[in-house]
Design a protein around this ligand. Structure first.
Ligand code: URA
Length: 442
């Protein structure tokens, strides 16, 4: 295998054989192919795409680059959900404990922040002591004992995605349907699942901004999942505004805890419940979506999901007292309030600008080896369509210094637009399954 020839072939619109993909990914994980060659190949895929055969081969090569979770004859159905990435999207932090209270188990393998979007692992690591790098054995035992685990790709588990994901994050090669599909599906198929729900973000703050691209991504991933016997369903959800109020790692953990206590922002809870219902349906523990929703609401209302989150944190080395007292989470020393510059209707809260600003404040990465500050970010309470008065506080910047606070205020001024009227986009627009596409907008 001569890697420069493979890169050139892909660059020129050709295809690599399944054997070439297998060999290449194996050599990359073994450290025999340098990052710069994989980055060049990823860029060639970004521009040239992949054939169906290539995508299948890449996904399989990534899936088999390490070991997989294997629950043997354990009867409890395993389900999971994965988002393609958004700003303020903390639904995973709510769903893993909620679902673990509803008769299914959630062995969730997640990623770090990618591009301008946040990552579940970075959010969890904002909790003092929390470990996301569990061994296969630890993860398996925890799922069987507690009903959920939240971990990252490791040297044991989908190591190819661990390396490629970090590389794509900093080389402008995230927004590619085949690369996103192989990345997500290799992680999810390593979890020994009965069912998977995909949250396909769509809109200006998503990796894929056009609904048609989002639908194509959904169909591509559903095809991969179903071919492997994993019932796979996708919801297309809005990412033309942040989800919930909090954007930034520790701030999002705090908001997720509010959600588990029953007082999360309405849009966050709506998307969380909708995804949770689909998870119970693909797990085949409920046939009726109203009954599934009631079960999920009961997990929150009874306090069981909140307790489960505390148990999950404790099991993974974190300090569970943050669930009762969020002062145990990291806090930024500077907070600057942003006020509406005029009266009117909020016409836009651009998530991409907020995501990039979090990176500028130190809460995300520009290089694979960057350390991040978990405390920084934004709380944006303004939502498109809302009327605001001039001078009304509508957002807060959490920053390390006064100078960073001003960077944050400028980002808010660019992100939040106020005008005369707003066009409402549906929070959940489509449901996609092997049976086709259903419009959910009412
Ligand atoms: N989430 C992933 O796990 N991988 C991607 O490529 C994008 C989102």
């Amino acid at each position: 295998m001569v890697v420069p020839r493979l890169i050139e072939r892909k660059r020129d619109g050709g295809t690599l054989t399944p054997e070439e993909w297998r060999e290449l990914i194996g050599a990359y994980v073994a450290g025999l192919v340098p990052d710069y060659q994989l980055a060049a190949l990823a860029m060639a895929v970004f521009f040239r795409g992949m054939s169906e055969e290539e995508l299948g081969a890449l996904t399989q090569a990534m899936l088999h680059s390490g070991a997989r979770l294997d629950f043997g004859t354990w009867a409890t159905p395993r389900v999971d959900k994965h988002s393609i990435g958004g700003v303020g999207d903390k639904t995973s932090l709510l769903l893993a404990p909620m679902l673990a209270c509803c008769g299914v188990a959630v062995p969730m393998i997640s990623g770090r922040g990618l591009g301008h979007t946040g990552g579940t692992l970075d959010k969890l690591e904002a909790i003092p002591g929390f470990r996301t790098g569990l061994s296969l054995d630890e993860a398996t035992r925890q799922v069987q004992r507690l009903g959920c685990v939240m971990l990252g790709q490791t040297a044991e588990l989908v190591p190819a995605d661990r390396k490629l994901y970090a590389l794509r994050d900093v080389t402008g090669t995230v927004e590619s349907i085949p690369l996103i599909s192989a990345s997500i599906m290799s992680k999810k198929l390593a979890e020994d699942l009965r069912g998977l729900v995909l949250d396909i973000k769509t809109g200006s703050g998503a990796f894929l901004t056009e609904p048609a691209q989002s639908l194509r991504l959904a169909e591509t991933m559903i095809g991969i999942g179903e071919a492997q016997g994993c019932r796979t369903v996708a919801l297309l959800t809005a990412m033309d505004r942040p989800l919930g109020y909090a954007c930034g790692n520790a701030l999002e953990v705090e908001e997720a805890i509010h959600g588990l206590t029953g007082d999360g922002p309405e849009d966050l809870m709506e998307v969380t419940y909708a995804l949770g219902v689909e998870m119970l349906l693909v797990g085949r523990v409920f046939q009726d979506r109203h009954a599934a929703r009631r079960r999920l609401e009961a997990s929150v209302g009874s306090g069981a999901a909140r307790e489960k989150f505390a148990a999950l944190i404790e099991a993974q080395g974190g300090n569970p007292s943050v669930v009762d007292d969020p002062r145990g989470l990291p806090h930024a020393p500077v907070q600057e309030v942003y006020r509406a510059p005029r009266a009117g209707v909020v016409t836009q809260v651009a998530p991409r600008l907020i995501g990039h600003a979090i990176i500028a404040l130190g809460g995300g990465r520009l290089r694979t080896d960057d350390n991040i500050d978990p405390a920084v970010g934004f709380v944006v309470t303004a939502k498109p369509g809302q009327w605001v008065e001039a001078g009304q506080p509508i957002a807060t910047v959490h920053a390390r210094s006064v100078a960073d606070g001003h960077i944050g205020l400028n980002a808010l001024a660019a992100s939040i637009q106020i005008g005369e009227s707003a066009v409402a986009t549906p929070l959940i627009s489509h449901r996609v399954s092997r049976d086709g596409v259903e419009s959910m907008s009412r």
